[in-house]
Design a protein around this ligand. Sequence first.
Ligand SMILES: Cc1cc2nc3c(=O)[nH]c(=O)nc-3n(C[C@H](O)[C@H](O)[C@H](O)COP(=O)(O)O)c2cc1C
Length: 217
Amino acid sequence: MNNTRNIIRQSKTLVGPFPEFNVKDVSECPHELFLEWFKAAIDSGVHEPHAMTLSTTDHNGFPDARVLIIKDVDQDGWYFASSSQSNKGKQIEVNPNVALTFYWSQVGRQIRIRGTARKMDKDMSANDFLNRGVTARAIALIGKQSSIVKDQIEFEQEFEKQIYHIEQNPNIVSPTWTLYRVTASEVEFWQADEERKHIRLKYSNEGDEWIRTQLWA
Ligand SMILES: Cc1cc2nc3c(=O)[nH]c(=O)nc-3n(C[C@H](O)[C@H](O)[C@H](O)COP(=O)(O)O)c2cc1C
């Protein structure tokens, strides 16, 4: 066996101990179970539990994925924010069907959400923007997310210019910064088991109710 394969095989996964997951005793709505697991992740010291992978498809149907921060979760869905002019923003414009994936290794939990992303109104997007740190706002104001950096000096100059801009106008908002909400059609909760008897519970949206099914791991 080659060295790379050896190194990979020696890396441990799903070591545990893991929390219980009783599929018979769960909330009727997936966002409630999500919030329960999210709080448990924080209590267990999961690093950056609010980081998730957003998957989209481009205009050729080719998949794309990147890590983002989840901004809020409520009965209407899962919220994230980005530039509408970024690659992901343009992809969502063409195909709003997306997937969100969370993985919290310390508790052996994965959550998969499939749904449709929709832009929230300007006030909600502006509010999200103004709650960001100065540096993050300056970068967003440059407004070039996902385009090519031609030279680092230009980047630094643009950055300094926008920092100055914010100092002069603290309430300035990027016109492309957008809060999106993902309305879920399916949400799957996956709990690792140290003996590999993993547990999967899927919520599927059927009109105004959620149907729960347990899946083979
Ligand atoms: C932990 C982490 C959090 C991130 N959070 C965000 C975010 O909330 N919004 C965002 O636009 N990009 C965020 N990024 C950057 C994205 O992963 C990505 O590089 C960027 O949005 C451009 O993606 P795109 O070219 O597919 O549009 C984050 C990256 C990491 C690693």
